[in-house]
Write a protein that binds this ligand. Sequence first.
Ligand SMILES: [Zn+2]
Length: 213
Amino acid sequence: MLSNTAAGQAQQFSDPELAAIVDSAHRMGRKVTAHAHGVDGINAFLRAGGDSIEHGTYLDADSVALFKKNGAYLVPTLMAGDFVYRIATGPNNFLTPAQTTKALDAGPKMLAMARRAHEGGVKIAFGTDTGVSAHGDNAGEFALLVKAGLTPLEAIQTATVNAAAHFDLSAEIGSLAPGKAADLIAVSGDPLSDVTVLQAVKAVIKAGAVVKP
Ligand SMILES: [Zn+2]
């Protein structure tokens, strides 16, 4: 999407290459994900058995069925679409013409994409593609997930129980239970009524120790 070329939305790896990548990763006990906007690439990767898609911008009904068949996760990275669209339409657009064309088309599609996937029953994990938007702003993704139709609790779960499950780390992190890592944040207010309170973290507790009072 941000390659300086008027291309990049189509499938880039061949089907045999995707099969080799997925099979090799799985033989090593690894998950394998694809950074994919275009529907051809998304569906080819999911047909090859991939475990998650980052972005998913142009996914369709076949994609939704493939996600569910694989138990694959979608990481919608709504902040990336939101950011590039704001830059492309703003007074200080630093994107090249090729990037701008793609940003104007893809950016506005991402909320509807996440809504379609969520309503279709696709599992969603939290991710931002930060580096596109600014480091430190990551929690802005929660509000965008809510805009896409997730409840605040479902949005929080994308970053906790779902992300841990996606990484096969549910025994250690993702929820609070005896024996798990005591990694917590504290905010002022109730994120279940206003998820944007997660954008102002008041305290950080890592492995049971306060690291940011
Ligand atoms: Zn990206």
